[in-house]
Ligand binder design. Structure first.
Ligand code: AR6
Length: 175
């Protein structure tokens, strides 16, 4: 089982090989973490995203990090929460799995995730964190898997849930 690190930070500032973006299916930018990533990465990111031609919910695409400290950005499209009976949990799980798979194919050994779908897309935070953590703990081939929470509320949810995993959260002094 993997070690998962929880930090409360702006994901665009992390010095890590891959950061994950919670994008929309156009991949052409938006608000929230997507907006922050595009602002910090610079206009070349929009050009690279345009060339990808969009991405359906649950899937992932990769671009360079451009002006970010991260080398790569994996863009994934979370489900919009519509009550939970329209396949949202499976789609959210697929986001984490597909992002991890793309990062692995790139040879990366460190990756950071925001809390996909829990902002504008309205996925309930605790239910989303349960899925996120189960996939992060199950990930193989990584030295560092980081849950990057923006708010203290999110970090508290992740920390509470983490104590349910063997060994709990690891501390490598990143935060
Ligand atoms: N670093 C880390 N996490 C952040 C940051 C940041 N700089 N900024 C926000 N978050 P959201 P979604 C957290 O709304 O729900 C966009 O417009 C935020 O607190 O960014 O998947 C896209 O273009 C929340 O916990 O993504 C889509 O249209 C989490 O990131 C839509 O929003 C996700 O919130 C996607 O919605």
């Amino acid at each position: 089982m993997n070690n998962v690190i929880i930090v409360q930070q702006d994901i665009t500032q992390l010095r890590i090989e891959v950061i994950v973006n919670a994008a929309n299916s156009t991949l052409l930018g938006g608000g929230g973490v997507d907006g922050a990533i595009h602002r910090r990465a610079g206009p070349s990111l929009l050009e690279a995203c345009r060339a990808l031609g969009g991405c359906p919910a649950g899937e992932a695409r990769i671009t360079p990090g451009f002006n970010l400290p991260a080398k790569w950005i994996v863009h994934t499209v979370g489900p919009v929460w519509r009550g939970g009976t329209l396949g949202e949990p499976g789609l959210l799980r697929a986001c984490y799995r597909n992002a991890l798979q793309l990062a692995r194919e790139q040879g990366a050994t460190s990756i950071a995730f925001p809390a996909i779908s829990t902002g504008v897309y309205g996925y309930p935070k605790i239910a989303a964190a349960e899925i996120a953590l189960s996939e992060m703990y199950a990930a193989w081939g990584f030295e560092r898997v980081v849950a990057c929470c923006f708010s203290k509320e999110d970090a508290d949810i992740y920390r509470r849930l983490c104590s349910g995993y063997a060994g709990g959260e690891s501390d490598n002094g990143m935060a």
